[in-house]
Design a protein around this ligand. Structure first.
Ligand SMILES: *[C@@H]1O[C@H](CO)[C@@H](O)[C@H](O)[C@H]1NC(C)=O
Ligand SMILES: *[C@@H]1O[C@H](CO)[C@@H](O)[C@H](O)[C@H]1NC(C)=O
Ligand SMILES: *[C@@H]1O[C@H](CO)[C@@H](O)[C@H](O)[C@H]1NC(C)=O
Length: 398
């Protein structure tokens, strides 16, 4: 009997060791053992790219590990797939820093991850050191300034999870995502001052199936901007401010834009932002569609334009020449349980296009109070919203 138990025990032990061995097969490629200095001065970029290539090209699963430290990484860090299988980038406790000198950047991206299926990215602070660059020209006014780099660009990074990642002081957008299907951003922290220029928190375009959850975005431009071809995006428990709030668009500025369809923004708070929830399209311009967009359980705290559809979005002199009503069609939009304070009197503005009036827009249980002075008002053009429950200020009644 004793011998049988001993045999079983040693068999279990062997199985245990075997399973450890199988686990250990997953290679950890440590950038420091590969030669990264992590001293915050030396350019560790080439080492990082080589380590990525090794992890990406090796038998999966592999992990690219940044031990705690500060890694200076010069432009442009390209982490390109496809990899042999799922891959992880682990950077908990590590800071990766871009040089502050804008003239070193010849392309519009600092860290560029592309064509990776099944990426898990955990931890790490990506510091764009953009403070100087914000003082140079805005991209929208000057094409040359559009080479300002995005901190983290993800192209065709699908079935992936990006969690506990921090992006600070980007020179331009913090995280730009395109072609990333069925990917999740969870517990993302974004931090840049309210006067930093063009620093959208997360920008999405041409992707299907994205979740942005439990995140905190403080920046100088849109908190999350949903560009053309954004489909089936769920945003939940995100706080914004400072910044310009949640923005669909801007749309209609270029030909053949793909539809924006299926956006759900739920249980989010905006504090001291320029806008709360916004859909913006350019006057004149090109056709497009926005449909199936739902904002629900949103708290606004001292926001300038809490609810706004602006089909006459024209921040620059150039768009005045292309004026005329917007050709972008907006339909099936709901604003449900939206509460809080507005720093301007027009807390609810729905300015739809005379050429393409907004269709099937619902306001359900809205309460927006002007922070001081006369009570809040609404302004509506080319729209007859369906009113459910109580809506304050009274919307589009006169
Ligand atoms: C994304 O996920 C949905 C639901 O799980 C699935 O039906 C769809 O095929 C996936 N899309 C891609 C591109 O993987
Ligand atoms: C989400 O809702 C819960 C319950 O109402 C609330 O406590 C929390 O602050 C909300 N989160 C955000 C980001 O608004
Ligand atoms: C609404 O849009 C029209 C152009 O369609 C513009 O002339 C008008 O100034 C806008 N009104 C407001 C209040 O924004």
């Amino acid at each position: 009997m004793g011998i049988i138990i001993k045999l079983i025990q040693s068999a279990l032990c062997c199985l245990f060791l075997l399973s450890l061995a199988v686990k250990n097969h997953a290679a950890v490629i440590d950038v420091k053992t590969k030669g990264a200095k992590g001293d915050g001065v030396t350019d560790d970029g080439p080492v990082i790219m080589n380590a990525w290539n090794e992890a990406c090209g090796g038998a999966p699963p592999n992990t690219l590990l940044f031990p705690p430290g500060t890694y200076m990484a010069f432009p442009h860090i390209k982490l390109t797939g496809p990899c042999k299988g799922p891959i992880e980038i682990k950077a908990t406790g590590a800071t990766i820093k871009a040089p502050s000198d804008l003239t070193l950047f010849k392309k519009d991206t600092w860290i560029y991850i592309s064509f990776v299926d099944g990426l898990t990215m955990t931890g790490g602070t990506f510091d764009g050191q953009g403070q100087q660059s914000w003082r140079t020209k805005n991209c929208n006014n000057d094409k040359a300034a559009c080479t300002k780099p995005v901190n983290l660009r993800l192209r065709h990074v699908s079935h992936s999870l990006i969690k506990d990642v921090t992006s600070i002081h980007s020179k331009r957008f913090h995280i730009a995502m395109m072609g990333c299907d069925n990917t999740t951003l969870d517990h993302i922290t974004i931090n840049a001052p309210g006067d930093s220029v063009n620093t959208d928190g997360v920008h999405t375009s041409k992707l299907n199936g994205l979740k942005i959850l439990n995140s905190d975005i403080k920046t100088g431009d849109d908190c999350i901007s949903f560009g053309e071809g954004s489909k089936n995006i769920h945003v939940e428990k995100v706080t914004c401010g400072p910044g310009h709030g949640f923005s669909i668009g801007s749309l209609g500025n270029s030909p053949n834009e793909e539809p924006v369809q299926g956006i759900w923004v739920k249980n989010c708070t905006l504090a001291r932002t320029d806008n709360g929830v916004r859909i913006k399209t350019w006057p004149g311009g090109y056709p497009g569609t926005v449909s199936d967009v739902h904002f629900e359980d949103i708290v606004v705290d001292k926001v300038a334009n809490p609810i706004i559809i602006d089909q006459n979005y024209c921040p620059f002199r150039s768009c005045v020449q292309t004026s005329g009503p917007s050709k972008v069609k907006i339909s099936d939009v709901s604003f449900r349980n939206i509460k809080g304070t507005s720093t301007t009197q027009i807390s609810l503005k729905l300015n739809c296009s005379a050429e393409a009036p907004c269709i099937n827009v619902e306001l359900d249980n809205v309460n927006l109070v002007h922070t001081r002075g006369p009570p809040a008002k609404s302004r509506c053009f080319n729209i007859k919203p369906k009113i459910v429950g109580q809506v304050v200020p009274p919307a589009c009644s006169a």
